[in-house]
Design a binder for this molecule. Sequence first.
Ligand code: SF4
Ligand code: FES
Length: 360
Amino acid sequence: MAGTETRHKPLGLLAELTHRCPLGCPYCSNPLALEPRDGELDAATWARVFKEAAALGVLHVHLSGGEPGARRDLVDIAANAREAGLYTNLITSGVGITTRTMRDLWEAGLDHVQVSIQDADAVSADRIAGYRGAFQRKHALAAEAVRLGLPLTINLVVHRANIEHISDMVDLALKLKATRIEIAHVQYYGWALKNRSALMPTAEQVSRAVADVEELRSKHHGRIVIDAVVPDYHARFPKPCVGGWGRRSLNVTPSGRVLPCHAAESIPELEFWNVRDHSLADIWASSPAFNAFRGTDFLPAPCATCERREIDFGGCRCQAFLLTGDARATDPVCHLSPHHGRVAELAAVQEDMAYAYRRM
Ligand code: SF4
Ligand code: FES
């Protein structure tokens, strides 16, 4: 199984440069056990990782976190990624990067910037982020990126508190001169799982939001690209998570552990290799974690005989584990899963409780 699947080459590398972040978003995809600063890879090791990634076929790197701006050597790291020949994208909260650093990043060859926004108005946005003043700082950074001529994408994570403001947030993205907006409903791993009932939108909110997005797409056609994903818990079929396990992408944590997806550490049976001990090519081809769920041979019924199994790979392994206790199971989001009723039950639970903010 692994032998045939290793013919696939990874295209993207998510480089989690640090788990430090000034914001406290309750839907953060980082693990609950955040990695400390003293374990972070240094810039020279990242430079080697980028070269190895390019040699492996990776085309683009996403400099992410936490907040990548928490790294004092961010500009050097970005320069090294460009030197390795990778299309370099910065994913930032917009807080922790000054306009001066933005200019230095641009001079270092940065190709693209993604800034997250939490809501269309400052009070709500800052409440969701758990950081007063974040909204204004995001504006300033986005404006600087556009002034420098960098393509800007706005990331919008949707949940119960902001799902009715999608139209206002698209207007905001247009005002910021973004060329693209990515609307992603919360995915319930890590901190988001902890906050699930506080974040979960109602079924009515979700269906209105899906209709709103369609309308906004035609209204703003040619002005901004609107990418949107149907929320997992309200879908009939699961997403082909990360384009298939160990098939298209790699995720390197701040301390150098290489994961097939950002939430893979939630599956306790997996053994991850570290870039400090192995080359990226070795990890891609031979590490136990990458070979655990490659291909579709491991999938049980109903996936085993389903014609969609090469399309969605049975859905998300992390979600299958988190909802059924078995990482090989059909993702319960699929309406054919014997556990699908559990997803419907969870989607109906909305609680007005305080967020557990993501903190170190
Ligand atoms: Fe996908 Fe499995 Fe559902 Fe078929 S049964 S649609 S392969 S998750
Ligand atoms: Fe891990 Fe989907 S998040 S496979």
